[in-house]
Design a protein around this ligand. Structure first.
Ligand code: NAP
Length: 508
């Protein structure tokens, strides 16, 4: 792995949850592995008036929660951590920021390179770049030092706002300077889909409509909305998970092999997939998309509140906490192959996986005379937890006759020994410092995803008759999600059973 050029990382929203829980620990891990630049400083920025020392203390408390982290290492890492309080919405305040940046750049020998990370409420995403521009902080320094901008999700609320945001960002930074973070793309197992597909000869000949029957992607969470009811209620499962993370996984599975492994080549192929997504017509939304919301239930003897009883959620909320959809990619490779995506909160377990279902044999040779549990061949790509890959196929059970049973050939990351799987933020921050945008979302890709999602959200908003199904917390969502499959006997893969609950399936 390449060591990046010396630089300053400026985090806007430094007193927030993401900085504390993800960004600083990721930077510390990079430091521990000697991946941070030779000269590197981190400047936290937000409105709270705290000193450098107070900021360091807060971050130390978080880093010390990791029992593996040595105090000595933490102390050295924290030396180059600074804090600046400004009101990010006020242009004059940026003079203070600029002065501080120049001082740090000089004292830490950062070479004029600056990475700005937007980890604030999204209403500031268009504001901060404009302010940086007003103070000339968006363009290369006189000594050639680079400027980059990382933008956190959400990238807009719908197609119109996403386009507006892109337009604004592009006024102040060029596309090559902008890194839209989707932390799923930084997950080791999502990257491994690329390795699986493009470093092995055996899959490519089968990876198309002639051999693949359908593709299923699940992003399940066992938790409810916790303390983030207000945020979630404005978002819902489609905006929170499908528009970004799960469509990105679908594109990684569906894309054509790029000619080279580079940011533009890889993202060009993904964008082609997004652009080939067949739009779901308003009249088909209720046939191809099922929405649900969790109701109260009892899980392992403990009462679990309904979504509508969560903090900051209105008692008549119609926000979906579950969504399942069937869609198509209209191109030569995938013509006619249904893709299924399912995501929800308060499902029986936390799991993200993609399942490639291959066609069954054209004739079932053993079915008439013998006991057969044939199933279809499945390639299961487990993204989290218990990261790995499993291939399922039928084998003869030893003994008389021809009794066929499904068996699995599997690989778990844990089989590689005690290897730490790097946190997604670690990989993505390092890539950005190295100027590599391969695992970041690009403006045209984000807009193409919204173009596909918008009609679903519009149909729900404009047709309140489209049902919102209640499902008891701890189950795999509304039973109606099963009717998305065309053929009797086809169903989702259930990595575990419903947790026993006494909740109610109903229409809300
Ligand atoms: N937390 C996560 O796990 C997560 C995951 C993915 C994406 N995100 C996204 O990342 C962003 C940050 O999330 P978060 O959870 O860290 O939010 P948060 O805990 O609410 O923190 C927001 C930060 O923005 C600062 N801020 C708010 N208004 C400001 C203003 N006018 N001027 C300057 N600073 C201001 C706040 O500090 P002051 O009040 O001190 O100014 C605080 O540091 C959000 O857009 C969120 O959607 C978060």
């Amino acid at each position: 792995m390449q060591k990046p050029a010396s630089s300053i990382i400026v985090i806007f929203g430094a007193s927030g949850d993401l900085t504390r829980r993800k960004l600083i620990p990721a930077l510390f891990d990079l430091y521990r592995q000697n991946f941070l630049p030779e000269n590197c400083a981190v400047l936290g920025v937000s409105r709270s008036t705290i000193s450098d020392e107070q900021f360091r203390k807060r971050m130390r408390d978080e880093l010390e929660k990791d029992s593996g982290a040595e105090r000595k290492n933490i102390t050295v890492f924290l030396k180059n951590l600074f804090y600046q309080s400004i009101d990010t919405a006020v242009v004059a305040e940026y003079a203070k920021l600029k002065k501080r940046l120049l001082e740090i750049d000089r004292s830490c020998h950062c070479g004029g390179n600056m990475l700005f990370y937007l980890s604030t409420p999204p209403n500031l995403y268009p504001v901060i770049p404009a302010m940086l521009e007003a103070h000339g902080l968006n363009r290369s320094a006189e000594n050639g030092g680079w400027r980059r901008l990382i933008v956190e999700k959400p990238f807009g609320y719908d197609l119109a706002s996403a386009m507006e945001l892109n337009k604004t960002l592009l006024k102040y930074f060029s596309e090559e300077q902008i890194y839209r973070i989707d932390h799923y793309l930084g997950k080791e197992t999502v990257q491994n889909i690329l390795a699986l597909r493009f470093s092995n000869g055996i899959f490519e000949p089968l990876w198309n409509r002639n051999y693949i029957h359908h593709v299923e992607i699940t992003g399940a969470e066992a938790l409810g909305v916790e303390q983030r009811g207000g945020y979630y209620n404005r978002s819902g499962a489609v905006r929170d998970m499908v528009q970004n993370h799960l469509l990105q996984i679908a594109a990684t599975i569906a894309m054509e092999p790029p000619a080279v492994f580079g940011a533009d080549a890889v993202r060009n192929e993904k964008v082609k997939v997004f652009q080939a997504l067949r739009s779901i017509r308003t009249e088909d939304v209720s046939k191809q998309v099922v929405r649900g919301q969790y109701t109260a239930s009892t899980i392992r003897g403990e009462k679990v509140a309904a979504y509508r009883e969560e903090k900051d959620v209105p008692p008549d909320s119609r926000t979906e906490t579950f969504v399942a959809l069937r869609f198509y990619i209209d191109n030569w490779r995938w013509g006619g192959v249904p893709f299924f995506i399912r995501s929800g909160k308060r499902l029986p377990t936390r799991v993200t996986e993609a399942v490639i279902h291959f066609n069954r044999t054209p004739h079932s040779l053993f079915a008439d005379t013998h006991s057969v549990n044939e199933g279809d061949n499945q390639l299961i790509i487990r993204i989290q937890p218990d990261e790995g890959i499993l291939l399922k196929f039928g084998m003869k059970r030893p003994g008389a006759g021809f009794n066929i049973e499904q068996v699995g050939m599997d690989f778990h990351y844990s089989d590689l020994g005690p290897i730490d799987i790097p946190e997604a933020y670690e990989r993505l921050l390092l890539d950005c410092l190295n100027g590599d945008g391969t695992l970041y979302a690009r403006a045209d890709g984000v807009e193409a995803c919204w173009k596909f999602i918008d009609p679903i959200l519009n149909a729900w908003r404009e047709n309140p008759d489209i049902p919102l199904y209640g499902y008891p917390a701890g189950t795999w969502g509304p039973q109606e999600a099963n009717r998305l499959f065309d053929n009797p006997g086809e169903d989702w893969r259930y990595p575990c059973k419903n947790l026993t609950g006494d909740g109610e399936y109903c229409e809300l």
